[in-house]
Every structure is written in structure tokens, then in C-alpha cells.
Design a protein around this ligand. Structure first.
Ligand SMILES: [Zn+2]
Length: 686
């Protein structure tokens, strides 16, 4: 991760939000077609080719023209050719060019059906990332901004300039030449080490092999058949998720689960030992060069949580809160285990998923095969649209001028009182070469009076009348939450404040909150209807909710182990760090499930690169999500007045205010952990 700036770091300027974690940044490139939004850009007005459906060459030309445009703008800024009064607005226009180009590049690199197109988009992405790197070290532009007298400027303009200066400084712009060169080298090294770290995890696929005559009971027969080599009579399972998860969940054979677990927790070993150590060292050196005690101090500075000490306090508070519930559920797992092995006196990390699955079935009788009959894709989509229209008093209709990149992609626009607020694409079904997870991409952020926000949801769901899992419906709504945030928040004056450009430890909160809607009988009544036209029964929803709460304490504590590991690797001088010893100590402290000898989990914990010290962020934004949701719980999930208030206080300001202030404004009080704490008080497993 490049340590640059909130505004020019592409990961901040173009955040792509994935449901599980934030990947590298993102996307957003071209402006909307000229006929759908006024383009008041003065100089170098771009004529937008219909490159969406054209061959890769079209995109290469587009990227190249944007690159020249951006370079000319940077050069004019560096040469003092831009008048002082125009400086910030010219920087704003430069960000607009970067945003729309990187947005498209990042999206197409992940979804375009033509491999050549994807390659061209990747190359464009790298080219622009390099350009941003140069820009953030420009002493000339930095000092021109620093010299501006903004005492009487509007508050958002002052915020823009102040954050810009902070980001330049965080990139090392005011260091001497020698230190700057070192910063650049460190950044390049860190990038390469991060790529190596991922690669060593990705490529280290391990296997466990057993005889077909061994105990494979519990596993689905077709799963066993697919992994059996008839000639040798051996059955082989890999550490990839499609193998690993079913084995951990269903296999009755404890030794099989344990051996696959040990292989899984050894991916990246030993290759990543040196890589991780070096990554920590380089980031430590970088942070010190930039004037920080350590990398955790550097990275938390721009989060809501602000300091590593507060992050540590948060982790400990969560851990304390979760412990009673965790201990209770742990005892249930142990009792379940003793039915299988009367001598057992502890539950192993490789046993928890299997035992939880058994307990959920016996305690809650939730049959996921039954649940899914209520979720047909087309109906779910219509239901989520209807929910949005009702809640926020908007209209969603097909967007005729949209330019989908594949025939399965649909284009829509959102209107309010006849006025278009933004546009979006749904790219919802798997196809070859497409991104494998679920994410909300930004094609471009909106700019008041100049361009509308355009988003894209990229998922891998069943199509048409095919059935979805309840968890997929939840993911759909989660990603749709990012999309709405980007569109409602996409009407700012400053590009750097448009859409979802809030603090990283807040950005998941609106989407995490929206997930709650999918557990409400009133909301499900809109679309959870089976092929006989029957709505999902209320008692089934109740059972699903009870099963959802089981194990939340255990899960939270284990997450706090991960969060503590991420923070504590980065909050000290790595010279004195024993990677294994600290991982063992923290797992045994935070998790109910003890460290298993001979494993090196940290070497396959990819988020140690992407999230670095701030893996706590997921839980942090969840706490805020639960607090905001408590208002809807009180006043009704379909309360349009409250939804309008939420939209105007939290979503519409985008990144123009601190997230702390947004949330406080909505709640009329500072947020707290009470609502989250209540989830640990549920009598879930009696
Ligand atoms: Zn998300």
C-alpha cells in the first residue's frame, strides 16, 4: 500500500468496496455521456467515444487522451501557469480526470468480457497510479496550495485544501530530496512485497489425501466422488475454499479436518516469513521517515479511531463484551463434542465449524434448502428496488443511454421528483474472466452541476427465476447500500468529498446497517415469495434470526484476535518482533480456540498487507451500523421520515464532513456501543 494521501492516493480517491473487505481502490473514469449531464468543463472538453462496447483499441485511445490531459494539467500547475484564484478548482478538475479514468480502468479490468480489453484497462490503471505517485511528491503544487489565503473561503473549500496539504505531507512532500528518494524506494518495495505476499498465499495450494475406504461420512456423496481418483483409490482435498469449507463443516472424521486445517493455516509458509518481516520493516522505516512512531500511528491518523492506543482499547472492549456469550456458546460446543468423544476437554479450532453446524441444526431446525425457495433472483432485485423507492421516495427506471459492457448487464437511473440523481449498472451473474466476489464499483463520482455519479454492482448470483441463498440476498443489499451512498453523496463541489470518500473505518457502516433489513418480516414480505406465491413464514424468519445469533461471541473474539494481530505487528519496531510468538500469544489471549502447534496463520493472513494495522475497522463500523440501526428499530424500518433524515445527515454529505459528526448529527448524540452490546445479550441457544 502506498502511504499517500486521502485525496490523491488512488485507494482513497477511488475506493472500491467489497463485501468482505476493501480491496485496492478503484474506479471511476469517464464522465457520463454528454447528453445526460451538462459538462461545464471549460478547456479540453472531451468527446466521449462509445468505447464501452468497442474493441480494446478504443479504451487504449481513451486512456491515452486522458493521460495527456492529466499530464498537461499537472505540468501547468507545476509551472505556476494556473492563477491563484483558480488553483483549487483546477486541482478539482484534475482529480475529475483521474477519477473517471481510473474508475473505468479498474472496472473493465475486472469485468470486461474481452481479455484484451481487460489487459488494456490494467495497463491504464498502472499508468495512472504512477502519475498519482509523481503528483503527490510535487513540491511546487504543494507550496502553491499552502500559500493560499483561505480565511474567508467556504468551509468545504477550506476542508478540501487542508486535507490536500495533509495528504501531500503524508506522502513526504516536505522532506529533503534524499529522504524523498528513500520514500519513493520504500513505497516501490512495499508494493512489490505486498504483491509477493499475496502471490505466495494464492499459489501455495496444499492437499490432504486419504483412502477412499477411510471415514468420509458427513460429506455429500457428489463432493466425495468429485475428489476421488478411481485408479489409485485416493481421495484428495485441497486448501482452496470450495474444498476446505465443506470438509470443515461436514466431515465427521476429526483427523481429516485437523490435517486439512493444519495445511490451510500453513499456506505461505515458509516463503512469506521473510516477506512479512520485510514488509513490516519497510513500513516501519517509512512511518519514521514521515515523522510517526510506527506504521500503526501513521495509518490510524486518518481514521475515525485516530490512534493505535484507541484501536487497542476498542479491541479489548469488544473482547470483554463478547466473552460471557462466547464462553457460554463454547460450553455448548464442548458438550456437543463430548457426545462424540467423552474424554474431550477442549474444542479445537478445527472443530468449531463442524460442531456449530450440528448445533444449529439441532437447536434451531433451520433448513437452508427451505429458506432459498423464497428467494428468486428477479423477484429479489425488484424487491430491493421497491424497498429503495419506498424508503427514500425515489424512482428507479431503466437507463436507455447506458452502455453495458456485456449483454447480461442492465443499466438504470435513480430519479427524485423527475430529476436524475445518478445512474448505475447491475452486472450480477458469473461469466468467464469476471471478478469473483461482490463489490460496488464507481465509474465516476458526481460533481454538483457538472456530472452525475455512476456506479456498478458486480456480483456472482444466480439469474432469472433461479434461487439465491439468504446470505446472497444480504450481500446484494449490502453492495446496494454502497451504491446508494455513492449516488446520494455524489453531489458535492469537490471531487475529493464526493460519494463514499469517508474515513475507511466508517465506509462499511451504511451497508452493514442496510443488511439488517433482510431480517425484517415487513421487508421480506415485499419479495420473499416462493413459486406457489406464498410469503416466507414468520416462524421461519424467527428461527433464522436465532441461528444467526448463535456463536456471535466466539466469532467476535476470534475477529479481535485478527484485529490485535494486525495492530500489534505494526505498532512497534519489527526488529524486536518474533512473528510466531506474538501470533500464539494473541490467539491464546483473544480467542476461545487455542493456537494449534505447527501452524503459521499470519503468513496467509492477506489483510496484513491490504489492511495493514487496521483490520479492526470492520468491527468498528459494525458497532456504528448497529447504533444507527437502533433508531430504525425504534421508529420502524419502513419509516420514510427517518430514512429521509438518515439520507440527508449521513449519506448526502459524502466526505464533506467527518464521519463522527455525520453520525452524531443523525443520532442527536455521540454514537456508543450499547446497541452492539445487546447482540451479546440475546438468549440465543437455550
Ligand atoms: Zn462493503
Amino acid at each position: 500500500m502506498r502511504p499517500a494521501a486521502q485525496y490523491f492516493d488512488r485507494r482513497r480517491v477511488f475506493p472500491k468496496i467489497s463485501c468482505a473487505f476493501i480491496l485496492t481502490g478503484l474506479l471511476s473514469a469517464c464522465t457520463s455521456p454528454p447528453d445526460s449531464s451538462p459538462d461545464v468543463e471549460s478547456a479540453s472538453t472531451v468527446s466521449w467515444p462509445n468505447y464501452e462496447s468497442a474493441a480494446a483499441q478504443g479504451f487504449i485511445e481513451f486512456c491515452s487522451s486522458q493521460y495527456q490531459d492529466a499530464q498537461q494539467r499537472i505540468s501547468a500547475l507545476e509551472q505556476h501557469e494556473v492563477k491563484e484564484a483558480m488553483l483549487l478548482s483546477e486541482l478539482n478538475q484534475l482529480e475529475r480526470v483521474l477519477n473517471r479514468t481510473l474508475g473505468r480502468a479498474s472496472l473493465y479490468a475486472n469485468v470486461h468480457p474481452d481479455p484484451e480489453y481487460r489487459e488494456a484497462a490494467d495497463a491504464c490503471d498502472q499508468q495512472f497510479t504512477g502519475l498519482i505517485s509523481e503528483l503527490t511528491l510535487s513540491q511546487s503544487i504543494f507550496s502553491q496550495v499552502a500559500d493560499l489565503d483561505l480565511d474567508n473561503a467556504p468551509v468545504n473549500e477550506r476542508r478540501y485544501a487542508a486535507n490536500l496539504l495533509k495528504d501531500f505531507r503524508r506522502s513526504g512532500v516536505d522532506l529533503d530530496e534524499q529522504a524523498q528518494a528513500r520514500v519513493k524506494t520504500l513505497q516501490d518495495d512495499i508494493n512489490v512485497l505486498g504483491q509477493d505476499f499475496y502471490k505466495n498465499i494464492r499459489e501455495d495450494v496444499r492437499y490432504v489425501e486419504v483412502d477412499a475406504t477411510d471415514d468420509l461420512s458427513g460429506l455429500p456423496q457428489e463432493f466425495i466422488d468429485a475428489h476421488t481418483d478411481e485408479a489409485s483409490g485416493k481421495v484428495r482435498f485441497s486448501t482452496d475454499y470450495p474444498d476446505y469449507l465443506p470438509v470443515m463443516q461436514y466431515a465427521n472424521n476429526d483427523a481429516l479436518r485437523k490435517s486439512l486445517y493444519v495445511e490451510f493455516r500453513n499456506r505461505g509458509y515458509p516463503a512469506n516469513e521473510a516477506v512479512l518481516k520485510s514488509l513490516l520493516e519497510k513500513r516501519f522505516e517509512l512511518a519514521q521517515l514521515l515523522g510517526y512512531d510506527n506504521y500503526a500511528a501513521y495509518i490510524t491518523e486518518v481514521q475515525m479511531i485516530e490512534t493505535p492506543e484507541r484501536a487497542q482499547q476498542f479491541i479489548d472492549a469488544m473482547n470483554d463484551m463478547a466473552t460471557p456469550t462466547a464462553d457460554r456458546d463454547y460450553q455448548l460446543l464442548l458438550t456437543e463434542l463430548r457426545e462424540l468423544d467423552s474424554s474431550a476437554n477442549s474444542v479445537g479450532d478445527w472443530q468449531k465449524t463442524y460442531l456449530s453446524e450440528r448445533l444449529k441444526k439441532s437447536l434451531y431446525q433451520v433448513d437452508s434448502q427451505e429458506v432459498r425457495t423464497y428467494f428468486q433472483y428477479d423477484r429479489v432485485k425488484e424487491g430491493i428496488f421497491e424497498l429503495t423507492e419506498k424508503l427514500f421516495n425515489v424512482e428507479i427506471r431503466p437507463w436507455a443511454e447506458g452502455q453495458p459492457w456485456d449483454e447480461s448487464v442492465e443499466a438504470f437511473e435513480i430519479l427524485e421528483n423527475g430529476e436524475v440523481l445518478g445512474q448505475f449498472y447491475l452486472d450480477m451473474h458469473p461469466r468467464e474472466g469476471k471478478y469473483k466476489h461482490a463489490a460496488a464499483f464507481t465509474l465516476q463520482d458526481g460533481l454538483a452541476g457538472q456530472q452525475l455519479p455512476i456506479k456498478a454492482l458486480v456480483c456472482n448470483f444466480p439469474a432469472g427465476n433461479d434461487l439465491m441463498e439468504h446470505s446472497q440476498v444480504e450481500t446484494f443489499l449490502h453492495e446496494f447500500g454502497h451504491l446508494l451512498h455513492g449516488i446520494f453523496g455524489g453531489h458535492q463541489t469537490w471531487m475529493a468529498q464526493s460519494g463514499i470518500k469517508t474515513e475507511r473505518d466508517f465506509v462499511e457502516a451504511p451497508s452493514q446497517m442496510l443488511e439488517e433489513w433482510i431480517w425484517s418480516p415487513d421487508v421480506l414480505a415485499l419479495f420473499a415469495i416462493n413459486s406457489d406465491g406464498e410469503a416466507i413464514p414468520a416462524e421461519l424468519i424467527e428461527k433464522m434470526k436465532a441461528a444467526r445469533d448463535f456463536g456471535i461471541g466466539l466469532f467476535t473474539r476470534h475477529q479481535m484476535f485478527y484485529a490485535a494481530l494486525s495492530l500489534n505487528y505494526y505498532n512497534r519496531d519489527p526488529a524486536e518482533l518474533d512473528l510466531d510468538a506474538l501470533a500464539i500469544e494473541l490467539q491464546n489471549h483473544y480467542s476461545n480456540f487455542a493456537y494449534v502447534d505447527g501452524t503459521h496463520f499470519q503468513l496467509s493472513f492477506g489483510h496484513l498487507n491490504g489492511y495493514s494495522a487496521v483490520y479492526y475497522t470492520y468491527m468498528w463500523s459494525l458497532v456504528i451500523a448497529k447504533d444507527m440501526f437502533s433508531e430504525f428499530e425504534k421508529q420502524g424500518l419502513l419509516n420514510t421520515e427517518l430514512a429521509a433524515r438518515y439520507r440527508s445527515k449521513v449519506l448526502e454529505p459524502g466526505g464533506s464532513r467527518d464521519a463522527n459528526d455525520l453520525v452524531e448529527d443523525f443520532l442527536n448524540r455521540p454514537y456508543n456501543i450499547d446497541a452492539f452490546a445487546r447482540s451479546f445479550g440475546t438468549e440465543s441457544a437455550q
